[in-house]
Design a protein around this ligand. Structure first.
Ligand SMILES: C[S@@+](CC[C@H](N)C(=O)[O-])C[C@H]1O[C@@H](n2cnc3c(N)ncnc32)[C@H](O)[C@@H]1O
Length: 507
């Protein structure tokens, strides 16, 4: 399904195809291209929501048909119907004591009787006398959130183009020029987005280890404990205390699809479990870790919630310590147990902390140096099952793909050759900034040869750059409106915005 949506958006982005689409779907008129159907001009610049100000009366074309003819007339006029929120274009209506239906027509294509398929209608004994213009009252209820906000927010500046949906929470990242409208925006979204109870804005700065957002409640209840579903799996967590990004659902799915029952997953930065829980559900053996005690709590909860806790061990420690202790011990145990037998399962390691995960790769260098020297492990065995690492990284600039590969090699202090599985584009995070996954196999050389110690200053400098990148992601995220990631991982919600909803809703 995701592939289909991706494909659709790719094709739709092509101007030639867009033309074709508009011809095929000519019957679809955009209400906001018709002045008559827009909210009143006076609402522009409104800071405090005044719903009354949206009321207006317009003249629209209508057709009245006798009840017995309605069924046959409808297919003829279907494409001319006026469609708006909370507006029924066809209503029962009696004229001169005769039962019938009144059909509201769209004022863009229908300016006069002759604009309708008159011949077909006349064959059904519907003629010019059945056609008239009359008053229609429009109000706040008749517009979607995006239509309301388009009418209110400054005309010449970028409007609100997307939001994320996490359970009952609508999550925004408002640009500075929209901050003075934040209460109004919050109220409109609360009114218009189905099942929304809380609207929050990402606070201007984020500078914490756990990558959870500082939230500014715009409207609704200060209730951040959510339940959501991603790729068919339930997740519960406190959105104000943990990291959760619905824009990563496709990437989570890609990794989980690679896993087979019996495989092993070591998840170094597991969060509340979007890789680890589905993997455990798939009967993979999982060791999942997160430094944030709150994420750890929900990770355990989600394992239980999805009845897969027996497949997983969970840890609450620093990622490097996890690699050096639990991951190493488990790997060693597996390798020692496999003996001469061919092992028929795969081992994956996920490292999703894009601002700095590459820094943790050095933990793999010489991880088994001592064991190889003591010949506890015979690395000449061809049947050793080397893990496939999936490490995520941001990169800014023009050659982002080369840059992430370079970052990985630099931190491993070893070039990736045959052991490189691929450098995969994940999503565009901000203009000029991308997120990638570098997937590569650990090798005997990586695991047995220690790393020359990095100069502290260099290490720190890279960390600062990474932290800056993370901050930028947060502040830049609203700029993403035409990026491929949004197009592939989101779709228009009922409110008309590009919305990153839980997969269960969007597909
Ligand atoms: C970007 S989130 C990814 C969470 C999850 N894997 C996902 O895909 O949505 C990174 C996670 O790493 C955790 N984290 C940050 N620093 C860490 C560290 N030094 N060791 C372990 N976990 C860490 C954060 O608490 C956060 O949950």
């Amino acid at each position: 399904m995701i592939v289909a949506i991706t494909h659709f958006y790719r094709i739709a982005a092509n101007p030639l195809y867009r033309n074709y689409l508009s011809i095929r779907h000519r019957h679809y008129w955009k209400n906001m291209e018709c002045d008559l159907l827009k909210p009143p001009c006076e609402v522009r610049g409104m800071i405090e929501l005044n719903r009354e100000k949206f009321t207006k009366a317009i003249q629209v074309p209508r057709l009245w048909v006798r009840e017995e003819k309605a069924q046959r007339v409808m297919p003829v006029v279907k494409k001319y119907l006026l469609k708006m929120e909370k507006l029924k274009p066809v209503k029962p209506s009696a004229q001169n004591n005769v039962e019938g239906r009144e059909i509201l027509l769209h004022p863009m294509p229908v300016k006069q009787w002759e604009d309708l398929p008159c011949e077909d209608l006349e064959k059904l004994e519907v003629n010019k006398d059945n056609f008239a213009f009359s008053e229609l009252k429009l109000c706040y209820e008749n517009w979607r959130a995006d239509e309301i906000l388009k009418a209110v927010l400054p005309k010449d500046e970028e409007g609100l183009t997307s939001y994320s949906r996490i359970g009952h929470i609508v999550h925004l990242n408002l640009r500075d020029h929209l901050l003075e409208y934040k209460d109004l925006i919050g109220q409109v979204l609360l009114d218009k987005v189905a099942n929304c109870k809380t609207v929050v804005n990402k606070a201007a700065t984020i500078d914490n280890t756990y990558r959870n957002f500082q939230l500014d409640l715009l409207c609704g209840e200060a209730q951040y404990q959510v339940e959501t579903k991603e790729n068919g799996v339930f997740f519960e967590f406190d959105f104000s205390k943990v990291y959760w990004n619905p824009r990563l659902s496709t990437e989570h799915e890609r990794i989980v699809e690679m896993l087979k029952p019996g495989d092993v997953l070591y998840d170094v930065f597991a969060g509340v479990g979007p890789f680890a829980v589905p993997a455990a559900r798939k009967k993979c053996r999982v060791l999942a870790n997160d430094l944030n005690p709150e994420s750890f709590k929900w990770l355990q909860h989600n394992m239980k919630r999805n009845k897969c806790h027996s497949m997983a061990h969970t840890y609450n420690k620093d990622g490097r310590e996890f690699i050096l202790a639990e991951l190493k011990q488990d790997l060693l145990r597996r390798w020692l147990n496999c003996g001469e037998k061919e092992s028929n399962y795969k081992i994956h390691i996920t490292m999703n902390l894009p601002a700095m995960a590459v820094e943790f790769l050095s933990a793999f260098r010489g991880l088994f140096e001592k064991e190889s020297k003591e010949e506890i492990l015979c690395f000449s065995k061809t049947n050793l099952n080397y893990p496939l690492v999936h490490v995520y990284s941001f990169a800014k600039g023009s050659n982002t793909k080369e840059l992430v590969l370079h970052l990985v090699e630099e931190n491993l202090q070893m070039p990736l050759k045959d052991n490189l599985e691929g450098v995969h584009f994940v999503r565009n995070v901000a203009p000029n900034k991308d997120m990638y996954r570098v997937s590569f196999y650990l090798t005997k050389a990586i695991l047995t040869q220690t790393l020359a110690p990095l100069k502290v200053e260099k290490h720190l400098k890279r960390k600062v750059i990474a932290d800056e990148e993370e901050k930028n992601e947060i502040t830049d995220a609203t700029k993403i409106k035409n990026g491929s990631s949004i197009k592939t991982e989101s779709q228009h919600g009922r409110s008309g915005f590009k919305e990153n909803q839980e997969r269960i809703q969007s597909e």
